[in-house]
Design a protein around this ligand. Sequence first.
Ligand code: S3P
Length: 433
Amino acid sequence: MIKTVAPIRALEGVVIPPGDKSISHRAAILGGISKGRTRVSNFSPGADCHSTVDCLKKMQVPIQDTADASGPGLLIEGVGLEGLTESHDILDAGNSGTTMRLLSGLLAGQSFLSILTGDDSLRYRPMARIIQPLRLMGATVWGRGGDTFAPLAIRGGSLKGIDYKLSVASAQVKSSIMLAALFARGQTTVHQPALSRDHTEQMLAAQGVSIKTEGLTVTLTPPTGPLPAQDIAVPGDLSSAAFWLVAGAAHPQARLQVKNCGLNPTRSGAITVLQNMGAKLTISNQRMEGTELVGDISVESSSLQGTEISGEIIPTLIDELPILAVAAVVARGKTVIRDAAELRVKESDRISGTVKGLAGLGVRIEELPDGMIIHGGGRFAGGECDSHKDHRMAMALGVAAILGQGETAIHNAQVVDISYPGFWQELERVSRP
Ligand code: S3P
């Protein structure tokens, strides 16, 4: 689908972002292996989380979609830690790295055979980073291309705990190891190079699993009994909210409120960066919902200035970098993004995609091996661009388009459904042409 977006005069309204994608994956998986019934409210409507649900269903976890007027939801009849059944078919993670990497950890603890595959993007994303630790724990894992890529074949069981140093600050890898560690003999310790999102740690701890975090080190002691089922209220996705925060701050006639948004500090680096850039953001109604900090965020037109985004903050805003690059275009001065080479192995190469996409809309931007330099103070001219079938790229280009001087045609715009079905309709709803 080609989406043509015209510049808009003003932006105004209240937005409720969809349920958090990262937390929804974990809610489905942990609910599936708990003992008893888990109700998940505000489950992400995105295709990625449905890939996780479909894989769990193939392993005979009863999951019912309970979406109604009050919002999307799931009812999971947990089968317990030992209750998964070998799938008759290949497990398809679709476009979802989280599905593939987290389920691989879970499957490393099962004595049956599993084959996992994904779409054209996911089959070229790095999997050695999970194959290596899961093998050290004792699982048999193979991957295509010399144990580099999916499809993956996993025969698990009889695991032992490991002491493991992560080479990348990846919550997916950390979580994969921790899910396998639930089934291992002895403790597992993971050392992170920088702090990545901690939803898995928080959610497991809430179920009574012994998790100790000291600085960058996480230690899990396997539970001696079942995980008790617990209802989960998923907060709104800050990574989805980020598109509104940037649209509101960057557009000269804007006032938006984003309600019920997750604010977990291991996820909220984009808020810090936008505030450093001068964005007028006001956070109110902060509260804990289950394990997560949640609040409402108001944003209005702001005079932004360029900044440097590098170092330890990167994992806390990794998915928000394409949209922060859009903010940098309208900011005064230069913005430098570094230490973000991981962006090259996301759903698409988001360094090359952002640089080519924004350059095509008339922006002065330079590519770096691990980031980019954006020369601010400019405007988007409009023109043609492509999401390269990457949901976050499509939405970042959509926000660039409303800030443009002319119309922008975004190719492969339908992929927003991966994390934010209805994004284009929401954009129209809050736009004042
Ligand atoms: C995620 C972790 C991040 C992020 C992805 C979701 C998660 O990936 O980019 O969208 O849910 O754990 P990495 O852990 O590979 O950085």
